[in-house]
Unconditional design. Sequence first.
Length: 184
Amino acid sequence: MTKIILISGASGVAKSSTSKKLSETYNITHRLGSGFIREMAKSFVSELQEPSLYRYSFYQNHQISAFDNLYSQSTVIQPMIQLAIDRANREGTGLIIEGVNVIPGLTQVLYKNVRPVVLYVSDKATHYEMIHGDTHVNRSVSNQQFELVRSIQTVLLKRASKYKWPIIDLTQKGGENELRSNIL
């Protein structure tokens, strides 16, 4: 059976690194990052139509919370995520879709071969180091933005529990084994 893996989590929890490692370990041909899908959506959705597409996921102002901003941008790209999953199933090809826009409850798990997981980092200091790591070298995250990322993580964990998506902290002992057992 074709493996389709959905990896959710807040910014800086090793979604991209995990995706790369899983694709190599399990010989999964295709990987998509939701941030790149969001960039492509900008070609047909203007900033006037959907301003959230043009912001970081952890944007917040007085009118909208960081999670509501994320959810808004995610609803726009959700049909594209679903089409990618449908195509992988139709063609019998492996696929990993990772990103903060993969939201439990919004991203539907409609096929038996789709394995969702939410990654998180429980330790705040470790998460801070990870978000400032080398995966996104040109992205600067302020302390205030980091707190918004942590608030998004809290909401994603609540949604993961509600929709019964496995929740894994890869920085904890046994995290990688737990991940493998949830995607096999």
